[in-house]
Design a protein around this ligand. Sequence first.
Ligand code: IMP
Ligand code: MG
Length: 178
Amino acid sequence: MPQLSPIIRSGRIQGRVTQLGRAISQDYAIKPPLLLPLLDGAVLFAADLMRAIRLPGLTVEFARASSWHGGMQSSGSVELGALPDVRGRDVLIVDDILDSGRTLVRVRDAVLAAGAERVRSCVCCDKPGGREVDIQADYVGFVVPTLFLVGYGLDYDGRYRHLPDICHYREDPSPSSA
Ligand code: IMP
Ligand code: MG
C-alpha cells in the first residue's frame, strides 16, 4: 500500500488562495488578465483561485499541457494543446506545480509567440529543488520540498487528484512489513 502523508491541509490551502486572489485583484485592477489554467493538474487550484479574484473583467480559458508519461517520471518533453486567442492580452498562466520549469517555459514562449502583450504565472506549489531551466513564477502559493506530491490536482497516473490536502506520496518502503 502506498503511504499518503498530508503536508499542506485544505484549510491552509484555502487561506493562501484567498491571499493570492487578493494580490492578483490588486495587481490587475487596471487591466484584468486572461487566466490560463493548464489542464489537468491546475483544475482544483484554478477553480478556487478564480473565485478569489474580484475583477468583473476577468476572463478564463484553459489549455492542456502535459509532460508526464506515467508514474513519477517526467518525459522531459512538453505536449501543448490548442491555445485560446491571446493576442494583445495580459495572460496569467495557472499551474498546479512548478518543478523542472519546462512546462512553464514552453507555455510562456508559446503564449508570447501567439501575440500576448504580457505573460505572468501563478503556481500553487513551487518545488525549487527540481528546477532544470531558469524560470520563476510571479505568484507562488507554497514553496515545497523535493518530494513527490499528490492531491489538490496533483496526481499519480490520474489518481489522488481529488484529495483536498496536498500529500507526500511514498511507495511502501518495506515489502516485508506487508
Ligand atoms: P515541470 O514541467 O517539470 O515544471 O512540471 C510541471 C508539471 O509536472 C506539473 O504541472 C505537474 O503535472 C507535474 N508534476 C511535477 N511535480 C509533481 C509532483 O510532485 N506530483 C505530481 N505531479 C507533478
Ligand atoms: Mg500538470
